[in-house]
Design a protein around this ligand. Structure first.
Ligand code: SAM
Length: 324
């Protein structure tokens, strides 16, 4: 097996991509920095818009030649920059879907001058018409009630009723909170449920997925769980260690038990342990305590987990000058 297969290199993807032979990859599945000001231990998410778009174009031009002709690309983005990046990609590939990931953010006040942002935008692109796509692997079974409602003779033997339905392009999956068993210490970790659906649909068993921006390694973990190969990069050595840990035990641990919620106890804000910084009634920390959430991952819409888009708002105001 080649020395780049099933490896995550702790280095800059733009240099490291030279390791990967052209036309060797079945699927590029990646979740790069959204340029929303997140702290990944580097400045990758804190560029000017012009620099971010130029950087995006440059990794895209290094990554796309690695795809086989029947390969595909899934790219996570924020609505703030998706339009420009989709235009960039449509000059190079065919766009099949814009998938909306509804992060299931409950409404708890927050934005007052715009609608709260609760989704990520995912572009699905292919190189050619004969791209690999296994819909049957990701169909969603109909529930018993739906099947029963379609028990009339005209539906008997209907294949679509048996095999389940197409997941469509709106995916409603909760972002990961602290109490989710698979959650690790990365601010924008994506749920395995989403990544695994993409892999099953667009990377054949035994095929290889490339993720230039591994973060906590969700793509590699999903690949390992599903019998696919992986390759990728991550800049931050602490995240590289996390990836190694996750790959050593790719099964999802048993669900964490929610921390007991005592009514009249002051909360210590995560990350300030030892300072005894109490949560005042009505503050984010107090709400977090009630919900068992981690306020380090909060955006400014009043309710947030490892959520990139919500953080947009403060970033747009401070970095770009004008709210959109
Ligand atoms: C949005 S996160 C990926 C999260 C990942 N999908 C997960 O589920 O954990 C983007 C990651 O890209 C990394 N990164 C940024 N610039 C990079 C570069 N030039 N090369 C490699 N990794 C980079 C960041 O450190 C960050 O961890």
């Amino acid at each position: 097996m080649s020395d780049w297969v099933d490896q995550v290199f702790c280095e800059d993807a733009l240099a490291g991509l030279a390791r990967i032979p052209d036309k060797s990859i079945d699927l590029i599945l990646t979740d790069p920095p959204y340029n929303l000001g997140k702290d990944y231990g580097n400045d990758s998410d804190q560029l000017s818009v012009e620099a971010y778009l130029a950087w995006t174009e440059s990794w895209i031009d290094r990554a796309l030649p690695k795809l086989k002709d029947n390969g595909s690309l899934y790219l996570f983005l924020t609505w703030r920059h998706a339009p420009e990046i989709f235009v960039m990609l449509k000059k190079r590939m065919t766009m099949m879907n814009e998938i909306i990931w509804d992060r299931r953010v409950p409404s708890m006040g927050g934005s007052v001058r715009s609608f709260s942002s609760v989704h990520d935008t995912i572009g699905f692109f292919v190189k050619r018409k004969d791209y690999y796509f296994d819909l049957d692997a990701v169909r969603i079974p109909y529930d018993a009630a739906t099947k029963k409602a379609r028990s009339r003779s005209i539906f008997v033997g209907a294949k679509w009723l048996e095999v389940g339905y197409n997941p469509k392009d709106m995916w409603s999956v909760s972002r990961l909170h602290r109490e989710h068993a698979e959650r690790v210490d990365h601010p924008t970790q994506k749920p395995l449920e989403i990544i695994e659906r993409m892999l099953k649909a667009s990377c054949p068993p035994g095929g290889t997925v490339l993720d230039p921006f591994m973060g906590s390694g969700t793509t590699a973990v999903a690949a390992k769980r599903l019998g696919r190969h992986y390759a990728g990069f991550e800049l931050n050595p602490a995240y590289c260690a996390l990836i190694a840990q996750r790959l050593a035990a790719p099964e999802v641990p048993v669900k964490k038990r929610a921390a007991p919620r005592k009514k009249n106890k002051v909360a210590v804000i995560p990350g300030t342990a030892g300072t005894d910084f109490p949560a005042k009634a009505g503050t984010h920390a107090e709400v977090d305590r009630t919900l068992g959430m981690d306020s380090r991952f909060r955006g400014n819409d009043g309710f947030n987990g490892n959520d990139s888009s919500v953080d947009n708002e403060s970033h747009a105001l401070t970095t770009q000058g004008t709210p959109s």
